[in-house]
Design a protein around this ligand. Sequence first.
Ligand SMILES: Cc1cc2nc3c(=O)[nH]c(=O)nc-3n(C[C@H](O)[C@H](O)[C@H](O)COP(=O)(O)O)c2cc1C
Length: 448
Amino acid sequence: MYCTRKVNDDYTWVGADGRRLAMFEGVFDVPNGISFNSYLLRDEKTVLFDTSDAAVRRTFRENLLHALEGRSLDYVVVHHMEPDHTAELEELVLRFPEVQIYCSAMAKTMMTQFFGPGFQERIHVVKEGDTLCTGRHTLRFIAAPMVHWPEVLMTYDETDRLLLTADAFGCFGALNGRLFADEVDFDRDYLDEARRYYTNIVGKYGSQVQAVLKKAAELDIAMLLPLHGFVWRKELGYLLHKYDLWSRYEPEERGVLIAYASVYGNTENAANILACRLSERGVRVQMFDTSVTPTSYILSAAFRYSHLVFAATTYNAGVFITMEELLHDIAAHDLQNRRVVLLENGSWAPASGKGMQKILQPLKGWQQMEDTFTIRSALREDQTMQLERLAATLAADVQAAAPAEEKPEGQHRYVCKVCGYVYEGDSLPEDYKCPLCGAGAEYFKQES
Ligand SMILES: Cc1cc2nc3c(=O)[nH]c(=O)nc-3n(C[C@H](O)[C@H](O)[C@H](O)COP(=O)(O)O)c2cc1C
């Protein structure tokens, strides 16, 4: 039986939740599932935006037929050729022999590669700025190359002011009946998975995401409709602000990620002590054991925090395997502008410090704060003082916020917890609305 949701009067969500995928894209675990979104526009013409993954084909087909209400399907817009969005194209063409496909030139090439030459005569190649009128609606195509494949298009519906964003602005996690981000406590329950999704799938292409954000800033957008995760119809500034930070590789928070690789617990012990001393100084710390944590979670935390600590045993004259994999993954995602501390352990010839430096040194804007801290098998008593000093240096660096600018007497700073906007004044008006994301006064936290 169909299970659709209305986006607005003319758009219907005809996607589906996938909850049984062991691995999304063959590498990312999705313990809370993932949605495969597809949207149908009913105007004088009917337009389907992307299809779905094979895993949810039955639900997708029922939803589409229900939403069409017996009408035929006139157009399919293919924003992105990845098979989790195009698996149903062949079926659609069989079921709707008249359907016309709109996509970028590169998507047309990929379509032949994936499905053979059969679609060619029904494909209309569109590019940046081209429009398609469907009756009351005018659709304008926007190129979004490498967000995260080269053929990607987005569509701006000029009539309803919707931006269909392909894989951008998506999130891991099934929708579980909700469609809109404002139907959940996004910041509490989904931000981590939105960050893990962005950093692992799109994170490498920061400059291309910046280019899309510049184009989006020119548009009057009422809603964002991504291919995974929630539709955004309120406080868009919150997510746009996160995308701006992540794509400029700016940390979201001043805090410390500690990732360690330890076989018998001695390197882990040093990492624990460092975490205790930092926490005693009020520094926010998040710790991961690389042997048991999938890299995608640690990569996401590396985008989140300003300071990164990597502690690893030497392993056959190199860096311990899982730490080496993590660092290569971080390097492959082009993460920049981080302050880093390295701890190494070796029982006869410690070498993991050098090995970690070799991977991290070429990264833009990375600075190793102190000499590598070396442990020989297990931490010695006198080294605990050294670790204490390292924690103090690190904590001071983390907390060295921007110099508090001179503020006239009685002036206070109020920070929007949703998008980070700062209001300064002697008091915050009760009916104040955040100019960036629209959040009310109750979302503001007095900072000083
Ligand atoms: C399989 C294996 C290979 C190792 N290879 C080296 C090595 O090449 N050089 C070295 O100095 N220590 C080597 N070590 C010792 C570790 O670097 C480390 O000193 C020891 O495992 C204690 O740290 P841990 O309790 O955190 O594992 C090796 C350890 C293991 C288990």
